[in-house]
Design a binder for this molecule. Structure first.
Ligand SMILES: Nc1ncnc2c1ncn2[C@@H]1O[C@H](COP(=O)(O)OP(=O)(O)O)[C@@H](O)[C@H]1O
Ligand SMILES: [Mg+2]
Length: 503
């Protein structure tokens, strides 16, 4: 007999897992990989500039060689990466400083490390990182990943002065610039809409140059870490919180561990579920903790989550950027939230705009964003795209209006992405119904706008007809009266219609 039941078992490292399943993280082929690399590097730069509280200047360059190998370089004026963190930040999959409870672009500690991994397996080159924090003069590193053990290999590290604080990352990978060019441009253009205070430049093969964003100099306020909402209290969370402070009495434990749970609410809640407020949390067994968690999740009298951990684009900034980028007429803005899904606070916001720049179709063209990041792939799996088809747009949109677009932004401390590539949002039923309401609200705004347009068209036609008749009348009356000068009727018409003559 060959092989034994216990023979082939072994674990694999997270780097090994993503090496085998790189399509899950958006590295399926050279076209998508180049796009994802740009996206991950730009995301990190913008997160870092947000942390540093500066107006972001992000410069992206792509140099291609022989149509297959591309070097992507992204430079920012963010915080820089502390020396002791560089190896792990760039050479260890699932390592980062963003596992917190506020809205951020990065989430898993997977973005740039996947790009480093893909670069190394497709071209054999390490990532090169040149970074300076407020505490040093600047250093340059070249980093590989030991995929089997998921640990960084620093090939070299040298002092290299850098004038300003910030980071430049160079990754050489197997990429198809010709094919991904449009997507990269579109991605950066839309990033300029959702992060309108960032100024982003793109240079392709030293021959094409673009500038995006820079629509405002106002830096949005930094979202702050928040305590979990009680509806997020699954057994694991309760267990971890309890382990931190086992001696706290139940009442204090609840007040100190969750948002929307003040002294009065805690008292009412504990009374309602008949638990002793003076019992220490550490004394509860698994069953009692589970009961507590279930009750927290089900209780419907907690307040709505606080929005301080979120950073929506906001009406004014969204309008301004869309107007400028697409030469569009903005019709309306709607926002739903702050609400929570599984206890995670979120806001959905949307703008409806019309412009010749948007595709003509029976349903509005959709631009999707999550935590200020444009989502360009996998729209068929996305809750915003699916829900858009459920709205009877013909009811809101007259045939004369073409080129309608909707910009949707979902922001949350936890976005329910369908996959690690973060390209689409799954259909969570409570979110779906909010999106439907958002679309309907925008639809009604479109209807008001279209009806206004219809009325304007109608009165313009009426005005034309009256002008013609008044002119005829004036002409005939002059002839009858034997007067040579035909009186000007335009003033009469304008007064009658109470409009300017150019309506
Ligand atoms: N341009 C940058 N500026 C500052 N820190 C960075 C930059 N790029 C990467 N980092 C650090 O590297 C970590 C890992 O990045 P990444 O793999 O993209 O994961 P994530 O962005 O999800 O945390 C980040 O959490 C951050 O601390
Ligand atoms: Mg990242």
């Amino acid at each position: 007999m060959t092989g034994s039941a216990s023979g082939n078992f072994r674990g694999i490292s997270p780097a090994e897992f993503f090496y085998r399943n790189r399509q899950m993280a958006g590295f399926e082929n050279p076209t998508q990989s180049l796009y994802t690399t740009v996206r991950e590097l730009v995301e990190n730069s913008l997160d870092s500039c947000e942390e540093a509280r500066v107006l972001p200047t992000v410069d992206v360059t792509i140099q291609s060689e022989l149509g297959r190998t591309c070097t992507v370089s992204v430079s920012d004026n963010g915080t820089g990466v502390p020396d002791e963190n560089v190896p792990n930040a760039f050479g260890k999959v699932l390592y980062g400083n963003k596992y917190s409870s506020r809205q951020r672009r990065g989430t898993f500690g997977l973005g740039v490390t996947m790009a480093v991994l893909y670069g190394q397996i497709s071209t054999g080159t390490p990532a090169v990182i040149h970074t300076k924090t407020a505490q040093n003069e600047g250093n340059e590193y070249s980093v590989y990943i030991d995929i089997e053990s998921n640990s960084p290999i620093v090939k070299s590290s040298n002092p290299l002065k850098r004038k300003e604080r910030g980071t430049t990352v160079h990754i050489t990978l197997n990429g198809d610039l010709k094919r991904s060019r449009e997507r990269v441009i579109e991605y950066l253009r839309l990033t300029g809409i959702s992060t309108p205070h960032a100024r982003i430049t793109l240079s392709l093969d030293d021959t094409e140059r673009y500038t995006f964003g820079g629509f405002t100099k106002k830096i949005p306020s930094l979202p702050v870490d928040s305590l979990p909402h009680p509806h997020a209290a699954d057994l694991e969370l309760i267990r971890r919180l309890a382990a931190k402070n086992p001696d706290l009495r139940l009442h204090e434990f609840l007040v100190g561990s969750f948002q929307q749970l003040g002294h009065k609410t805690a008292e009412k809640f504990l009374n309602f579920i008949r638990m002793d407020p003076r019992a220490t949390i550490g004394s509860l067994d698994r069953e009692a903790l589970s009961y507590l968690g279930n009750s927290l999740r089900k209780y419907d009298k907690f307040g709505k989550p606080s929005a301080t951990c979120l950073s929506p684009v906001g009406k004014e900034s969204f309008f301004n950027a869309i107007r400028k980028e697409f030469n569009a007429t903005v019709i309306g803005y709607s926002q739903r939230g702050p609400l929570e899904w599984d206890g995670f606070p979120y806001i959905v916001e949307g703008v409806l705009a019309i412009s010749d720049a948007f595709e003509q179709s029976d349903i509005p063209h959709l631009f999707r964003f999550a935590n200020r990041v444009p989502l360009l792939y996998d729209s068929t799996d996305d809750v915003f795209a699916k829900t858009l088809k459920r709205i009877p747009w013909a009811r809101y949109k007259p045939p004369e209006i073409s080129g309608v677009a909707i910009f949707t932004h979902f922001c949350s401390i936890r976005v329910p992405y369908s996959a690690a590539g973060k390209q689409s949002i799954t259909s969570v039923s409570s979110i779906t119904s909010e999106i439907l309401s958002l679309y309907r609200e925008l639809g009604r705004k479109l209807k008001v706008f279209s009806e206004g347009k219809k009325r304007a068209l109608h009165s313009r036609r009426k005005l034309k007809e009256f002008s013609r008749l008044f002119n005829l009348l004036a002409k005939f009356s002059s002839e009858v009266a034997g007067v040579d000068n035909i009186p000007d009727t335009s003033r009469m018409i304008n007064e009658l219609f109470e409009v300017d003559s150019d309506v």
